[in-house]
Design a protein around this ligand. Sequence first.
Ligand SMILES: Cc1cc2nc3c(=O)[nH]c(=O)nc-3n(C[C@H](O)[C@H](O)[C@H](O)COP(=O)(O)OP(=O)(O)OC[C@H]3O[C@@H](n4cnc5c(N)ncnc54)[C@H](O)[C@@H]3O)c2cc1C
Ligand SMILES: *[C@@H]1O[C@H](CO)[C@@H](O)[C@H](O)[C@H]1NC(C)=O
Ligand SMILES: *[C@@H]1O[C@H](CO)[C@@H](O)[C@H](O)[C@H]1NC(C)=O
Ligand SMILES: *[C@@H]1O[C@H](CO)[C@@H](O)[C@H](O)[C@H]1NC(C)=O
Ligand SMILES: *[C@@H]1O[C@H](CO)[C@@H](O)[C@H](O)[C@H]1NC(C)=O
Ligand SMILES: *[C@@H]1O[C@H](CO)[C@@H](O)[C@H](O)[C@H]1NC(C)=O
Length: 466
Amino acid sequence: MLKLLLAFLLCGIFVDGSVNTKGLGALLSPKATIVNTSSGAPRWSEFDAPTPGVVVNVATEHDVLVTVQFCISKNIPFLAQNGAHGWSTTLNLKQNGILVNLAGIKAVSFNSAKTQVTFQGGALVSDVVNTSYANSALVTTGTCNCVGTLGAVLGAGFGNLMGLYGFGVDNLLSLNVVTPSGTHIAVSPSSHSDLWWAMRGAGPNFGIVTSAVMKSYPANSTGLTAWNGPLIFTGDKVEALMEAIGQINLQAQMSMEMFFLISGGSPIILLTVFYYGTEAAGKSAFAPIYAIGPIADETAIVPYNQWNSGGDAFCTKGDRKPSYGAGLAELDPTTWRSVWDEWLAFAQIPGAEESAIILDVYSMVKPRAISDSYSAYPFRSTVNYNAIATAWYANSSLDGSAETFGSNVRNLWRSTSGLSSNSTYINNAFGDEDLSVVYGQNLGRLKSMKAAYDPFCRFTQWFPLK
Ligand SMILES: Cc1cc2nc3c(=O)[nH]c(=O)nc-3n(C[C@H](O)[C@H](O)[C@H](O)COP(=O)(O)OP(=O)(O)OC[C@H]3O[C@@H](n4cnc5c(N)ncnc54)[C@H](O)[C@@H]3O)c2cc1C
Ligand SMILES: *[C@@H]1O[C@H](CO)[C@@H](O)[C@H](O)[C@H]1NC(C)=O
Ligand SMILES: *[C@@H]1O[C@H](CO)[C@@H](O)[C@H](O)[C@H]1NC(C)=O
Ligand SMILES: *[C@@H]1O[C@H](CO)[C@@H](O)[C@H](O)[C@H]1NC(C)=O
Ligand SMILES: *[C@@H]1O[C@H](CO)[C@@H](O)[C@H](O)[C@H]1NC(C)=O
Ligand SMILES: *[C@@H]1O[C@H](CO)[C@@H](O)[C@H](O)[C@H]1NC(C)=O
């Protein structure tokens, strides 16, 4: 009882109403701006999105520090925004809150050996990829240009090169963090090593990363290309594909991303195949997939700065996109037929044609060579696949059917996941999950770290560890 009361007092409810930013402007650098509405910072999904009263567009890393200090001193809730793709309903900042928009700090630079990249808290995947390409180096980013590099990496960071080089978190070297107590500190294996562990999997609970240093991999002109692109299949191939994807030998150079989509009015399966190497090696590695008989093959040798282009349509901001994720150890063909049927029924509703099912298939060769205890990402040794159901529409009258669709599909996945507990990559979770579903076996340790580092619950938005 006392504990409950204490938690309530320490993590008390914030006062409702509008934000008084008097005095903040004088603390910020000249190029920073304070605006009253959220319209200046659109989000990927408007479904249950944050509705801050004020947006602070920071222009320097120091602006992040003074904004957080200001919020702490006035007891104002706040949330950092980077690529704005976080769709979790736990992001629920209201009119009494300040959105700290990191889009203005996105510098990317390399050391002379091209073995380390430094990028700021608001750098998008495209900022990092373009600069890396220009520096003849590869970085383990996510696979969509529009996503915040750190937004993805702080949860684990899945991407095409992870079979070779590991998760994003496995490649981080150090972080500059604005903490819940309003300090700006370096976090690395030799500086606040417990926070170093926690930030790499549960980062948004413990601070705002203003810049990060990550490993990068120098490459010659051949090394700056890969064989990839979409294969298209008809809907009757669901079971055969799931069987083949589940059984393929997923070498370190390989990854796949599968979509159920409506294209030109017809439902299709689009499977993007990726092989870091030649076309011949790629086609041979994916022979079991080719054997199923794609109706179209748009694979090619593609330069590094265009690997993510296929995802650009999925980057479109705006509209409502409630999304339900599930981690899987195995793929059950019968379940996936039911998922196809559920998806098709929803996507055939007028206005919901963009709705999609997504399956990420990444090689775990390198991630599994690293110990479970290396970072706070909890599913390194258990989850093999990430699946997402995204309902996409504009009219909020579809919210109810979208939620039914998403949770039905998630129930199907969970029922045959092959896992001993429901386990969802935090960056793919809907927002209604028990904390154990996203933090797994690390929940206890993370909660006690939260109590130590953020006793007043300043960071309350991202699957908050209360
Ligand atoms: C189109 C699309 C493609 C995706 N592709 C991938 C992928 O290839 N790989 C992958 O792993 N995931 C992927 N995801 C999932 C993605 O990782 C999450 O949606 C992630 O939360 C998005 O980060 P963001 O910065 O864009 O979003 P935001 O909403 O801006 O941020 C999400 C959360 O992270 C926090 N955050 C962001 N930046 C910082 C920072 N610098 N310091 C502290 N906290 C921060 C925010 O405060 C917020 O709580 C994808 C999502 C979408 C919608
Ligand atoms: C924001 O709105 C408040 C009143 O709600 C007003 O006093 C203030 O000047 C506005 N600030 C900006 C930057 O427009
Ligand atoms: C990255 O490069 C691509 C292709 O060259 C270009 O279209 C895109 O605008 C660039 N993005 C950024 C953020 O520089
Ligand atoms: C490019 O790099 C790859 C691997 O790093 C190597 O195998 C290849 O020989 C190099 N090619 C040239 C032309 O240097
Ligand atoms: C949204 O859908 C409802 C119910 O079908 C309909 O009455 C309404 O006109 C739609 N709104 C828009 C903006 O299309
Ligand atoms: C997993 O989630 C399903 C609902 O989707 C629920 O019925 C089941 O009990 C959960 N399993 C565990 C182990 O909590």
